[in-house]
Structure formats: C-alpha cells, structure tokens
Design a protein around this ligand. Structure first.
Ligand code: SAH
Ligand code: SF4
Ligand code: F3S
Length: 458
C-alpha cells in the first residue's frame, strides 16, 4: 500500500507520525508523496482555531484524490479525539478516526481497512495506562529509517508520558490527550540505551509536562530529576533535552541538574504565558511572577549560559493594557532567546470560553506585534553577544543558502541555537548529518549564527 502522513501540531505529533510511518513500513507499506498515495493519514492539532481549521481544508483537498474504492483518509491526533466519529458523517472518504491513545492500534486498523473497503473504524477511547507501542518507540537514528522521512540524523525523541492533568483555563490538551500517564522509567531508559547504541547522540524527552513525570504513579516511579540522572549516565549520549516544562512543577533537583550533568543541554523551554499575576491566576497556572523569576534566577545560578525560551499568550479574556505591560516587562527581565507567542483563541469546552470580556481582535493583534518586535530585538542582541565564542555544533542538514567552493550545513549548538557552518572544498553529498564540529561564531543573523569550523567533524 502507498501511504502518506500529513502532520500538524507539536513535537509529540511529529514523533507519533514518525512512529506510525515506521510501523506501516515494517508491515510492508510504502511512504510516498501525497500525489502518489492511496491512503492519507492526517495527524491533527486543535490547540488553537487555526490549526483545527487546516484539517477541514486538507480534507477538502484530499476528497478528489480518493478516486479508487481502496483509497481513504485516516484522521488522527487531537482534532480526531475532539470530533470523533463526526468526521465520518461530514466526510465520506474518512474511514478511520484515531485519538491520542488509539494510535497504538492504528497500524492494525489501517491494514484491516485496506483489505475491507466497506469498513469504518473509530478509536477514541482513552486507556488507563501508558500504551507501549509495537516495535518500541524508537523515533530516529542513523540507519533504521530511510532518509527524508522527517527525521534528523543522530537525534531522537523519546516519549516519557502521555496527556496532561493541569487544565489551564485556555487549553484543550487535557481533553484531547487525556489524563497524565507516565511511561515506565525502565522502558524509557532502555529505549534511550538502544538509541545510543544505534548511533544517536542527542535525545529529547517528550511530554506535555515532563516535570510531573511519575507523579501519577504516587511515588512508585522515579521522579523526573532521577530519570534525568539515570539517562545522563548512558555512555556515548552527548546531549539530553526535554520539553515541555510547567514552571509550577520544576523541582530544585532539576534546576541543580543543569549545573551537574555534563550532557544536559544548557537550554530550557519554560512557558510563562503571561507576566501579570492577575492573568496567571485566571489562567490557573499556579505560579506568580515572583516564583517564575525565582526559578529563572536559580537556573542561571546553576548554569549561567542557559538559553531560555518561552510561550506567551496575549489577549486572554480580561487582559488589560496594564496586564500586557507586565508581560512586556517579563520579556525584558528574563530576556528569552526566542519565544512562541499567540493570540488567545477560544477552544470548545475550556474554562476560558466563559470568561469575559473578550479582548478586541485588533487590540490583541497590536499587542502581539509589539511583543514580537521586542522579542526580535532581544533575540538579535543575545545572538550578537555570542560572536567570538567557541561552540560545538551537531549537524542536521544542508543549509538553505549555499555558496560556491564547498557545502554549508545547518546544525544546533547545545543551547539549541541554529548555526550555519561552511565546509570549504567539501563535496555536496558529504554525509555530515549527525556529526559534531567545533566552530567559532563569526556572525550573528536575525535568528541564527554563522560559525567558522575549527577542526574536522567527528
Ligand atoms: N504543554 C505545554 C504546551 C502545550 S500547547 C505547556 O503547558 O507548556 C503550546 C502552547 O500553545 C501553550 O504553551 C500556549 O502558549 C499555547 N496555547 C494553548 N492553548 C491556547 C489557546 N487557547 N489560545 C492561544 N494559545 C494557546
Ligand atoms: Fe496540538 Fe497540543 Fe495536540 Fe500537540 S498536544 S497536537 S500542540 S493540540
Ligand atoms: Fe497542559 Fe500545558 Fe495546557 S501543561 S493544560 S497543556 S498549557
């Protein structure tokens, strides 16, 4: 069978799609471009209205492509969990709907539907325990996956939990991904070990709120800090990252780890959402400015070079100019290296839907523009401050811009910054993905750095 997977949303969806591609390929299916596919799998996101709307436009586009009796569409991910069988009523070419926990049964369901053309299936039940997946979860490594299927050589993602218990007032995730379910620490550690043995050098641990790892198992499981220390011991693992962290759950031991674990990357995504105590309270975030800033101080004390990034929502119901100024002030105090910022978007069923007054669209747009302008300045300044520094870059793929007389590659430094490096006299097809190279930063661009190579890649 020829299939294609279209992925929207967060890292967890990207990782789920990688796994599904591998699971289907191991059953003899072939991943192809959309124009050649018979079976189309859409992995969806419903965190804001825009990504949700995308699903409907993609479904419209795919309808004329399902011309043969065996052609069909499968909708998975967060919108699938939210809408369920409703998709099949509106779109007859949709024959499979699978939600967050249903994905582990999706490969068998897809095979079944490819054989039985009249059948339709809905897999949207939540299960009480973390569902381990067939063939393990190994996301990517140097050899296992055919090139070009959305994976980066030498890097891998490892799920440590599913779902979220926080019910932030604006967020649909706890409804679409279900309750928090930590994976068994031993399963996580053994997956990390096999990845490193297969050549992986950087592992990113994934979960909606990794800092509360194990809390759903009431002390029967390792804490997140203990898990980090265990993974850090794996010989040959050069870099560990994790995302996402809720500030309310970050333990002092995790902060300390940034100063102690040599392979824990000096970077942390710590979503603040708002700089106003009043709004943080309405959002149900359970920390205030002072506590957040205390965490930032602790992190910088443990690891002075730590690169901090964040998520911010503007225009949450009831946000005044004063509240927004507090968010602007937070940006100046923390000086994030980069941030994702969004206009608040009403989601079905979340608490904030009933909160008023809603902020005028134009006001929210202006706030977003001001915030992003200030972020761009801070990003530029912090990148400029790095010129002259030496860094080790993990190479990912050829740079978009190439120049004559060699090849340029883009990669990331331990802080997660994008660095482009030129390899003079090197052939275009040189296999540099997954290699490390020492560079000196010679130029700062708006969102990336340029490094001059100091030695041979290894
Ligand atoms: N679990 C992660 C983030 C999940 S969603 C966390 O708690 O940090 C990613 C980001 O989308 C959030 O951090 C938030 O900034 C944004 N977001 C979530 N719901 C939103 C909504 N209704 N409107 C606008 N932005 C939203
Ligand atoms: Fe989107 Fe959130 Fe679901 Fe990720 S978890 S796919 S960001 S709705
Ligand atoms: Fe969960 Fe994050 Fe929302 S921790 S409730 S997904 S903002």
């Amino acid at each position: 069978m020829k299939f294609t997977v279209l992925t929207f949303g967060c890292q967890m969806n990207v990782h789920d799609s990688d796994w599904l591609i591998r699971a289907m390929e191991s059953r003899g299916w072939t991943a192809v471009e959309e124009s050649e596919a018979n079976i189309f799998i859409i992995n969806t996101c419903s965190v804001r209205e825009k990504p949700e709307q995308k699903v409907y436009s993609v479904l419209g586009r795919l309808a004329p492509l399902c011309k043969n009796p065996g052609d069909f569409v499968a909708v998975g991910g967060c919108v699938a969990q939210q809408i369920g069988a409703g998709f099949m009523e509106k779109f007859p070419h949709v024959r499979l709907v699978f939600g967050s926990d249903g994905i582990s049964q999706a490969p068998a369901a897809l095979e079944d539907l490819a054989r039985n053309h009249d059948k339709k299936l809905v897999l949207t039940d939540f299960v009480p325990e973390y569902p381990e997946r067939e063939g393990g979860e190994v996301s990517s490594n140097l050899d296992l996956l055919p090139p070009g299927i959305g994976t980066i050589p030498g890097q891998a993602f490892v799920n440590i939990m599913q779902g979220c218990d926080n019910f932030c007032a604006y967020c649909i995730v706890p409804y679409t991904r279900g309750r928090q379910k930590s994976r068994a620490a031993e399963a996580v550690i053994s997956e990390c070990r096999s990845l490193v043995m297969a050549g992986v050098r950087e592992i990113t641990l994934l979960g909606q709120n990794v800092n509360s790892f194990g809390m759903d198992k009431k002390g029967a499981e390792l804490t997140f800090a203990q898990l980090l220390y265990r993974i850090s011991e794996i010989e040959g693992l050069e870099r560990i990252r994790f995302t996402t962290s809720h500030p309310k759950d970050i333990a002092p031991e995790v902060i300390k780890a940034f100063g102690e674990l040599p392979n824990l990357c000096p970077s942390l995504h710590l979503p603040v959402q708002s700089g106003s105590d009043r709004i943080l309270k309405k959002m149900g975030r359970k920390y205030d400015r002072a506590r957040y800033l205390g965490i930032v101080d602790g992190l910088r004390e443990a690891c002075p070079d730590i690169a901090l990034t964040t998520d911010i929502i503007v225009g949450f119901p009831g946000e005044t100019d004063e509240d927004f100024e507090q968010t602007m002030d937070m940006m100046e105090r923390v000086r994030y290296e980069s941030s994702f910022s969004f206009k608040y978007s009403d989601r079905p069923g979340v608490a904030a839907v009933r909160m008023h007054p809603k902020v005028d669209e134009e006001v929210a747009q202006n706030r977003l523009a001001r915030l992003q302008e200030s972020q761009n300045r801070i990003t530029r300044e912090s990148l400029e401050a790095l010129t002259g520094r030496e860094m080790v870059v993990l190479l990912e793929r050829p740079s978009r811009k190439q120049e004559d007389g060699g090849v340029s590659w883009r990669g990331k430094d331990p802080g997660g910054r994008v660095i482009n490096v030129h390899f003079e006299g090197c052939a275009e097809e040189a296999k540099l993905g997954g290699k490390l190279v020492r560079v000196k930063i010679i130029e700062a661009k708006n969102h990336s750095l340029v490094g001059a190579k100091l030695g041979e890649p290894w």
